[in-house]
Design a protein around this ligand. Structure first.
Ligand SMILES: [Zn+2]
Length: 582
């Protein structure tokens, strides 16, 4: 006999067998025993939560002459025929494939005839939101004048797409996502019945990955079974679900929180090389970080969700990481997740993410490895809020310091700046912006050259290695001449990284050589400093610019344009120029 998918074989045949929808099944059974049956139902909810199973059980229960407490007997001819899908009076329609008006007109024509065998004719319309407007109108007419002994069960994953006029004529049930522990228990039951060997941890991984859908859980279980020669191992479960193990996640989080960018990038690399999906990894990281936060407040909730398996690593991290850091991390993860939707290179975003997270780890001074918790304090949870409030004070202090530094910077010429960039972190102070390289480029810069560079820039970046691209992703050319190009960075720490990376500079120049035929020298600047740099340049070279202008005999008749402004406009466009003439 051909292999039958688990979700088919183990499809619930009684309300009692349904997982995680107790309120709905109780209400339906009650309706049957008290004979208060509505002529139209709407079953709404995520996929794989039991909507069509409930519909078929309901169809059986109202037609079964041996029903007890609202449950079908599953033994009589009627029950068996409905289970097999051979009873003409129970009609299943998949609106996703039959969305034509004709199909519904057909219903309207046939609905007039009384059921032939059963007591009730039951139409089960799956994915009903897919019906065309015409079909909805036809359906509405039928629902407005429902014939006796005909019941409609409309199932949908997207109830908001169904016209209100239809919804108002139905009794609505909202199916919930199934709790991981519920689908875990169901899978364990099935595996025990089948006599399959399994690793409990593996089944937990599958239960979590199914995200509330029982059918998905069983499909994944099927795949893991086919991989593992009738055995469910953790490795296979991780492979099939694309999940990352908690150990790997813990290692990665420890590394970024410890500010160890290099190690974290290496871990990321091995995660990606193992074929894990970048979006899945981000998803896993978000739920890991959320769990850490939650664990600080309500450990028992996490214990429950994790089905009792909270690792030592996880507990340590939860104890040592200030809540503030976790929030910053989650914000960063959410932002990256949004951006990843629009890219064909999600891996690159993960590299940037890693660099940013490690930066957060360094800034917040959250270094789990440097500050091991006292073993005796292990059982106590109150340490977490205390830690976070002291971290908050420290953070507030840092922010105040930063603010005054920024103020200073705004009033100080760029060249004098580096010493002012203070001990925000313990890393080396920011490198001095190299004006000796920048000014000559500015002197010869043209708008035309800049446009050319901006156009080819994405292609130049494509020629870099993944790690290099991660650094350069948030950069763009801001000025260009035949003698060089100035590239600005959104983030100061990426600017620093780029500046100290000579291989990167070489790779960029090679890329430029390929794209525009010249290996233009590349100079980096932090974007936040850029307005000050160009303004200082224009001020410093005002006389020079004016002299050049004076020597130009071509335009004496025109109202004298400010040559500094002209130069600035040429460089940066009209929108950004504000040069004071003192
Ligand atoms: Zn029966």
């Amino acid at each position: 006999m051909a292999y039958q998918a688990l979700y088919r074989v183990w499809r619930p045949q009684r309300f009692e067998d349904m997982i995680g929808q107790e309120v709905i099944t109780r209400t339906l059974k009650n309706a049957i025993t008290t004979n208060q049956i509505s002529h139209a139902y709407l079953f709404a909810g995520p996929r794989g939560t039991g909507k069509t199973s409930a519909a078929k059980i309901f169809a059986k229960a109202i037609n079964c002459h041996h029903q007890t407490d609202g449950e079908p007997c599953n033994e009589c001819e009627t029950c068996k025929a409905i289970t097999a899908g051979t009873l003409n009076d129970v009609i299943e329609i998949d609106a996703a494939s039959n969305n034509g008006v004709e199909e519904i007109r057909d219903i309207r024509d046939k609905v007039k005839y009384a059921p032939t065998v059963a007591d009730y004719k039951v139409y089960i319309i799956d994915e009903v939101h897919m019906l065309s407007t015409g079909a909805f109108n036809a359906l509405l007419k039928t629902l407005e004048e429902p014939p006796a002994n005909v019941i409609f069960i409309l199932a949908t994953t997207e109830p908001h797409k169904i016209p209100a006029t239809i919804i108002s004529r139905t009794q609505r049930f909202d199916f919930k996502r199934i709790a991981a522990s519920d689908s875990y228990n169901r899978m364990i039951y099935i595996l025990d019945q089948k006599g399959v060997i399994y690793d409990e941890q593996a089944v937990k991984v599958i239960a979590k990955a199914a995200e509330g859908g029982m059918r998905d859980a069983l499909s994944i279980l099927d795949q893991a079974l086919s991989f593992g020669d009738n055995e469910i191992t953790l490795d296979n479960a991780l492979l099939v679900t694309g999940s990352v193990t908690h150990e790997l996640l813990a290692t990665y989080v420890q590394q970024v929180l410890g500010g160890d960018t290099k190690a974290a990038l290496a871990t990321l690399q091995s995660v990606l090389e193992a074929g894990k999906d970048a979006e899945r990894f981000t998803e896993d990281l978000i739920s890991y970080a959320r769990d850490l936060l939650l664990y600080q407040q309500a450990p028992q909730l996490v214990e429950e969700a994790e089905m009792g398996s909270v690792s030592d690593d996880f507990q340590q991290l939860a104890k040592q990481t200030p809540a503030q850091t976790m929030y910053a991390m989650i914000n960063e993860l959410n932002a990256i997740q949004q951006q990843m939707r629009f890219t064909t290179h999600p891996d690159v975003y993960l590299e940037i993410l890693t660099i940013k997270l490690a930066e957060i780890g360094r800034q917040k001074g959250a270094t789990p490895t440097a500050a091991p918790a006292a073993p005796n304090a292990a059982a106590a949870t109150p340490s977490a809020p205390a830690a976070s409030s002291s971290a908050l004070t420290a953070l507030q202090h840092e922010v105040d310091q930063l603010k005054s530094t920024v103020k200073q910077l705004e009033q100080t010429p760029v060249a004098a700046k580096p010493a002012a960039k203070p001990r925000v972190t313990k890393k080396a102070p920011a490198k001095e912006v190299n004006l000796a390289k920048i000014y000559p480029v500015l002197g010869a810069a043209t708008r035309e050259k800049l446009n050319q560079l901006q156009e080819v820039w994405p292609d130049v970046l494509d020629s870099l290695s993944i790690t290099q691209r991660a650094v350069m992703k948030v950069s763009q050319p801001v000025a260009a001449a035949d003698s060089g190009v100035i590239v600005a960075f959104d983030y100061a720490f990426l600017y620093q990284r780029a500046t100290s990376d000579h291989e990167l500079t070489d790779a960029l120049e090679n890329g430029l050589d390929r794209m525009i035929g010249t290996a233009l020298p590349v100079v980096f600047v932090p974007k936040e400093d850029w307005p000050v740099i160009r303004k200082n340049y224009l001020t410093a070279h005002k006389d020079e610019l004016q002299n050049n202008h004076a020597g130009d005999a071509e335009q004496p008749a025109k109202p004298a344009a400010n040559p500094v402004v002209t130069k600035a406009e040429e460089l940066f466009g009209k929108d950004v120029v504000d040069v004071k003439n003192d």
